[in-house]
Design a protein around this ligand. Structure first.
Ligand SMILES: Cc1cc2nc3c(=O)[nH]c(=O)nc-3n(C[C@H](O)[C@H](O)[C@H](O)COP(=O)(O)OP(=O)(O)OC[C@H]3O[C@@H](n4cnc5c(N)ncnc54)[C@H](O)[C@@H]3O)c2cc1C
Length: 552
């Protein structure tokens, strides 16, 4: 798959062979006349048992396959700092992640339009979601048992399945979970996972696992393999791009001529006849933009980097999910004999609407910022969720109940602090810097802590002792109970320039002729849940924009 002979000129240079980069490489190379080069820092580990093993992904964090980014201490979280994973390998983070495959909430994507991108709506994205994955039941009779509709409107390279459904024994606990949420007013939503009618409700857990091989189905294994069969694609691994090069601006916009890349210990210049596409991820893409002279002029000048485009939005708007985990023990109940470990089910829930309205009025001051308005308009809709809960059975009698608030209000940043390409960026998510985040999370944490005593679940769970008083819950979350999910995005956002935007609706970097960003840094608003499914769809659409199949 990977090549040692890197061409010196191609049509498209894709910086980063990760989740998004390999989708774009695979689609652009469908035209045999188009020469595509992927430059990836990591190596090709597609057949490495460590990544294939779907149960071993937690062990990849902090390994040689991880960029090992870190946040600075977070004042809103008792000064804690966090290690943020990011895949350094062909396949990028799709090769090391937790594989939860959760499509975005329709209203969440419509929020992108509300933020100033009228042509990015749920309706415009859904064909690309369908184009990116195929979902298969482990066994049709098993799926009908739990009311999963076998029919799906999707057919694409990423293989998705329902891992917990395979063992019929597991269904009792899943049914109990569904019943518990039904009792709370959140009905089960089986069927097509691209549910358009409503986001709230419980649903089966779906993961990017190939049901035939039982291995991880990642961008390298699926899209990368498609691309590498073609003679017009070169994938060079262990190649780190240092900067994008520009010709002096004769016209209104800057033209990228290529990149400088470190490969085999040597710096080489590679030319792009058409475009440079940055797909280096949420932390490395803004870093590369800044190293290339695109960013806040004072920051760049202070570091001795010649300014190409003064855009203070680069590296700002960082968003990430927080999560809270509640370890509980299962009872030795006959219904649970022989159950297998793994994530069983999820549920998307919302707060009591009156309480939520009070909170929004109390904690958002006027004038409301664009993202505050957009989030409010999403979570006020009766069918939209403000948190995702999940049930994860551990080996033995252990179990973890998890909760992730869907749309955080806090915004952070990631910036270079040195012109040295080897230096890590300084990342400050500013968790809980917006009051609403702790208020909303604490209320959902109370629901989480009460779950084991829900009538439908109570026979199966030993009762825990977590505080449910609101103030105590807030304190607990700040001090130890809130953890960072690895869903960072938004640091080169698709937004109007005056609102801090870095790319336009064609994903083109403002004031450039031919530099695009296609990775999670363009998300103007975080996906309601795990972002990988959204990433694949955005990358599929980006490929059509680049080859002008679609005129947004
Ligand atoms: C531990 C962990 C668990 C997660 N679990 C889930 C989950 O279960 N479900 C879910 O939906 N999401 C999950 N995510 C998030 C999700 O995987 C990411 O949001 C998504 O994969 C990001 O895709 P991307 O294309 O933006 O970046 P990436 O996939 O990270 O791709 C960027 C690529 O660029 C390369 N690169 C960077 N800099 C350079 C450079 N200078 N030169 C050349 N190459 C470079 C990188 O090595 C990498 O391959 C998880 C993330 C982590 C870290």
């Amino acid at each position: 798959m990977a090549s040692n002979t890197t061409p010196s000129i191609v049509d498209y240079i894709i910086v980063g062979g990760g989740t998004a980069g390999l989708v774009v490489a695979s689609r652009l190379s469908e035209d045999p006349q188009t020469q595509v080069l992927v430059l990836e820092s990591g190596s090709n580990i597609s057949t490495d048992p460590r990544v294939q093993d779907v149960n071993g992904w937690l062990g990849l964090l902090g390994s040689d396959l991880d960029w090992n980014f870190k946040t600075i201490p977070q004042p809103g979280m008792n000064g804690r700092e966090y290690a943020h994973g990011a895949g350094k390998a062909l396949g990028g983070t799709s090769a090391i992640n937790g594989m939860a495959f959760t499509p975005p909430a329709p209203a969440g994507i419509d929020g992108w339009a509300k933020l100033g991108n009228p042509r990015w709506t749920w309706t415009s994205l859904v064909p690309y979601l369908r184009k990116s994955y195929t979902i298969t039941c482990p066994d049709p009779s098993i799926c009908s048992d739990i009311a999963v509709d076998e029919k799906s409107s999707a057919s694409g390279p990423i293989q998705v399945t329902y891992p917990a459904l395979e063992k019929k024994k597991n269904h009792v606990l899943i049914q109990a979970w569904n019943n518990a949420f039904k009792e709370m007013g959140f009905d089960y939503t089986g069927g097509d996972i691209l549910a358009e009618e409503k986001t709230i409700g419980s649903r089966p857990y779906t993961a990017s696992i190939d049901p035939n091989s039982g291995y991880r189905s990642s961008a390298d294994v699926e899209y990368g393999a498609l691309a590498s069969k073609r003679g017009n694609v070169t994938i060079t691994t262990e190649a780190t791009v240092l900067r994008v090069l520009f010709s002096s601006s004769e016209s209104e916009n800057w033209v990228a001529t290529g990149v400088d890349v470190l490969v085999n210990g040597q710096t080489a210049t590679i030319q792009a006849a058409k475009e440079v596409i940055l797909a280096a991820g949420t932390f490395n893409t803004p870093k590369l933009l800044e190293l290339s002279g695109i960013g806040d002029k004072d920051r760049l000048t202070g570091l001795g980097i010649p300014v190409v485009i003064d855009n203070p939005g680069v590296g700002e708007n960082l968003q990430n999910h927080l999560m809270s985990l509640y370890p509980v023990s299962l009872n030795s109940h006959p219904d649970l004999e022989g159950i297998t470990p793994g994530i069983y089910a999820i549920a998307l829930i919302r707060l009591d609407p009156d309480e939520q309205e009070k909170l929004l009025n109390q904690h958002i001051s006027s004038p409301r910022k664009p993202h505050e308005k957009a989030i409010q308009s999403i979570i006020e809709q009766p069918n939209e969720a403000s948190a995702l809960l999940y049930l994860w059975v551990m080996p033995g009698n252990g179990c973890v109940l998890g909760m992730i608030p869907c749309f955080p209000f806090s915004r952070g940043s990631t910036h270079i602090s040195s012109a040295d390409p080897n230096a890590k960026p300084i990342t400050d998510p500013r968790f809980f810097s917006h009051d609403l985040d702790i208020e909303i999370m604490a209320r959902h944490a109370q629901t989480l802590h009460n779950l084991p005593s829900a009538p439908a679940l109570q026979p199966y769970f030993q009762q825990g002792s977590r505080a449910t008083d609101l103030e105590a819950t807030k304190k607990f979350l700040r001090e130890e109970g809130a953890e960072m999910a690895h869903h960072a995005c938004g640091t080169a956002p698709m937004l109007p320039r005056e609102d801090g935007g870095v790319v336009d609706q064609d994903l083109k970097v403002y004031e450039t002729e031919n530099v695009r960003v296609v990775d999670a840094s363009v998300f103007p608003l975080i996906s309601s849940a795990n972002p990988m499914a959204t990433m694949y769809a955005v990358a599929e659409r980006a490929a059509d924009l680049i080859r002008e199949f679609e005129d947004v």
